[in-house]
Design a protein around this ligand. Structure first.
Ligand SMILES: [Zn+2]
Length: 72
């Protein structure tokens, strides 16, 4: 799953590539700088925070089936 987009700060825009979706909270996570990631069934998942990684690892199927509860 890849999306190409730009992120802007004030007057400058930067191309952002390889954005992954945190399966727990559905936030976009930059794969290149993601601090938290895990592998599940041969696929790598990226997370915005350690709490999301922990939640995913506790019950991956819950989040992959789309039944996760969004939170921030
Ligand atoms: Zn998250």
């Amino acid at each position: 799953m890849e999306t190409k987009k730009y992120i802007c700060f004030a007057t400058d825009c930067y191309a952002v590539v390889n954005m992954a979706i945190d399966p727990v909270c559905k936030m976009e996570v930059d794969e290149a700088s993601a601090k938290w990631k895990t592998e599940y069934k041969g696929k790598t998942y990226y997370f915005c925070a350690p709490g999301c990684k922990t939640a995913f690892e506790a019950d991956p199927e819950k989040y992959l089936s789309g039944g996760g509860e969004p939170h921030h």
